[in-house]
Design a protein around this ligand. Structure first.
Ligand SMILES: [Zn+2]
Length: 274
């Protein structure tokens, strides 16, 4: 029997968590559901996955060395056309034990013209073949939605979200969105095509939103997935993070009772049925 089957009203609690996630993400101090009974590895009180999108050069030049120095393994969601020029460097990142995930062939943000099968044929299958060829046929693989858009093709939001989730659920173990509070690990399987993520430095180069999000995960025994793009000596604009702030976030994680592991590893751990 899983934990969720022994917990009263898990779906109601999740609805509350989702509602918080869609508004201000997390209000520090707001307890959602109380302490989890989920047993995280190494006696941790919560988990965090660090994810880096788009296969950007600055991630190779700054983020990877910082991660290596901190001893953390992360997930890199690659886009083929962004990273091919430094393919050898990315292969080394995979060999260091970081997870290599799929962020499509060329990062489309306009998705209305796609059907489920044309999206697979043009964005997913070629990228999967490319990743298989250069990073090994690692299965199952994780996915991140380009631009955070979770609808595909035309129709009602329900049609579009359902169509995309069907494709993603067929081709990947788990998929990360760009919105939501840290997830109760007992809900990860049910939400595997829409795992919540949060980009703490999207609007401002400051670590405090990351700290609050991580504190929420700790308070609730939950799994936080952080999202980053460029990591540069100085923030270069929206979505960018300075090396100094990135380091502060890594140091903060190291000082908390958090289990830090790649998204796919945490997903497999929390969905293990024992
Ligand atoms: Zn992206």
């Amino acid at each position: 029997m899983t934990q969720s089957e022994t917990t009263p009203h898990p779906s109601r609690r999740w609805a509350i968590t989702r509602a918080l996630g869609l508004t201000v993400l997390v209000a520090p101090g707001v307890a959602v559901g109380g302490a989890s009974a989920f047993a995280w590895p190494k006696g941790a009180s919560g988990a965090v996955s660090l994810t880096y999108d788009d296969g950007l050069d600055s991630q190779l030049d700054y983020a990877v060395p910082q991660l290596q120095a901190s001893g953390f393994k992360a997930t890199f969601f690659l886009v083929q056309e962004n990273m091919e020029a430094r393919l050898d460097d990315w292969v080394k990142v995979g060999q260091l034990g970081h997870e290599i995930g799929d962020h499509t062939e060329n990062h489309p943000c306009g998705l209305a013209s796609y059907s489920g099968s044309s999206f697979e044929a043009r964005q997913i299958s070629p990228m999967e073949r490319f990743l298989d060829a250069h990073f090994g046929r690692s299965r199952p693989r994780s996915y991140a939605y380009p631009c955070g858009y979770i609808g595909l093709g035309r129709g009602t939001p329900r049609d579009r979200i359902g169509r995309y989730a069907q494709v993603v659920g067929r081709d990947f173990m788990a998929a990360r969105t760009t919105v939501g509070a840290p997830i109760d690990p007992r809900r990860a399987w049910a939400e595997r095509t829409h795992l919540p993520g949060f980009e703490p430095t999207y609007d401002v180069d400051d670590p405090s939103l990351a700290y609050a999000y991580l504190q929420s995960a700790l308070k609730n025994g939950a799994w936080a997935i952080l999202i980053f793009h460029d990591i540069m000596p100085r923030r270069m604009g929206e979505g960018g993070t300075s090396v100094a702030v990135h380091q502060k976030i890594l140091d903060y994680i190291a000082a908390q009772p958090l289990w830090c592991a790649p998204m796919g590893e945490v997903f497999q751990r929390v969905t293990q049925r024992t």
